[in-house]
Design a protein around this ligand. Sequence first.
Ligand code: GLC
Length: 653
Amino acid sequence: MKSMNNDNWHQEQAAASLKRLLPRLEARFAASVEGDEWQEFVVRLHDHFPRLFRGLHELYGRQYDFFYHLESILAAATEQWIGRPAELKALDALRATDPYWYQSHRLMGAMCYVDVFADDLNGLRERIPYLLELGVNYLHLMPVFKTPGGDNDGGYAVSSYREIEPRLGNMEELASLASELRHHGISLCLDFVFNHTSDEHDWARRALAGDPEYQQYYRMFPDRSLPDAYERTLTPIFPDEHPGSFTYRNRLKKWVWTSFHNYQWDLNYENPAVFTRMLEEMLFLGNQGIEILRLDAVAFVWKRLGTSCQNLPEAHVVIQAFNALVRIAAPAMVFKSEAIVDPDEVRKYISEEECQLSYNPHLMALLWNSLATGEARVLKPAMERRFTIPEGCAWVNYVRCHDDIGFAFSNQDIEAVGLDAVAHRRFLTEFYTGRYTGSFARGLPFQEHPETGDARISGTCASLAGLEKALEENDQDEIECSIQRILLIHGVILTIGGVPLIYLGDEIGMLNDYGYERDVDKIGDTRWLHRAAFDHERAAQRRDNTTVPGRIYQNLLRLIQIRQQNPAFDRAETEFVDTDNPHVFGYFRTNGDSSVLVLANFSGTPQRLEGRRLRLLGLRKSNVDLVAGRVIVAARELVLEPYDLMVLARATK
Ligand code: GLC
């Protein structure tokens, strides 16, 4: 009852506020656009204002100048919308005709660092044919913004959201690249690093110079009393880098909240001015042609004493308010959340009103877990429990990215099969750092906690899947197995449902690069192991299937084409099945009359499935495996070779 009253109250307040604000916005802005265009904007405003009001009121309603901030926020959004280029307004209109475009089976993602893949933004234009050849139509570029020289967390310490790092190019080049990509059907995805700025951002510089207004943009403390109090319930994120979450700056004589590196200052979203300024930066970026905005480190944007300061309800409200404003002022743009946290928390960021897309870190972690254990015992029930997300949203599935692998699956999923979660994580760390006897992997620990021994893993897909070791030992069977492992886990992300995202370099099996240890700005951060310059020589072998890169590349292409060209994958349902074999993971993808059964053998030995069980699942005695391109007869049993992936076209009658 109370919440009903609350709802009514918010609705009435929202309606009254909009009534008061609209004429003021109209007086300021309406003359700069055509009448019809303004009317469309007003319709969107009416649609999304109630939830925007509710969110902002929740965050800032207690402040005496709430209405002043509300008006500033709307004015900022309107101004950015007015400045939105015609090509992007046309895109807004196009997306309105197919709002769930990102759920299409034709979507195929790739990600890279601009310098690593193509030197700079102009170089990237020349690489468009390579992307098209792979079927890529969603390209995520790692941060391209101005950063401090030297160590800058791989671009995640942003000094200006409106300037490109000079060695990569400039903002005009970014906008024209976005447009050229779009002309080729490729949507550009870029990061919005909105939890922190670098300590060289203009706001931080002003704060350092003593300006109290800008000091309020960050979280600063004159002594250790509050930092100590907070730290009682915080987990350090980069414990190797600096203990705790605060950094002392002697110029300020204050402790600054720095969740990540000491030069990344956490923004203070309790200050509505920060929300407004960051909204302007976000919409400015949207107006450069970004179609998918990757919201970096979403979990951290709100803090409260006595909590872990991760995934707080207000963090969601901040994103929901941004979402409403984007729907109003840059409606073609969608959000992707980067929440590498417990699966139950990851889900909470996913909705049409918050982030339409989300990384799927537990699928990623569980794929590596399945390769290490040779089983799908944890993967299957975990996916059954967690794969479904709200309609209108999509997972972004990946096996590797620029970051480390955190074993961010829930303890509950591990314990459900009778394993001890702590011991099991330790086993995986040992396994993927190659310390475990019998391991095929070559990786390095990342941010090993000096006290607990907890660590995450760095390394390229190929090196973690065994290729590096096998090549070194010139073990032909193992080379074969490692290729199959690479294809197997990519096969799953391509067929399971959601947007597959390939980390460029993995398609040609690039190996770890240990050279970063000689670079003073990179040493200590093992993530550089898998951020090596793109290997053009290897890429040149991709059409030769007698080479290792050629075998990986061509088989991957085949999997991509199966996904993009088979209607069974289009906005299809995923239904996990019991294969009655703990090593084999299986699921149906069904779209109307089209359906396929995907079977993935995670073990290094052949695995059998009983023919009767397959018929119980509706399969005939003979089916076509779209991967091998041949008829598979499973009268009595079906045999999957080591690390085999089959996509069986299912008889519909
Ligand atoms: C995200 C990025 C990571 C970065 C961190 C801090 O997790 O993916 O590379 O270190 O945010 O911005």
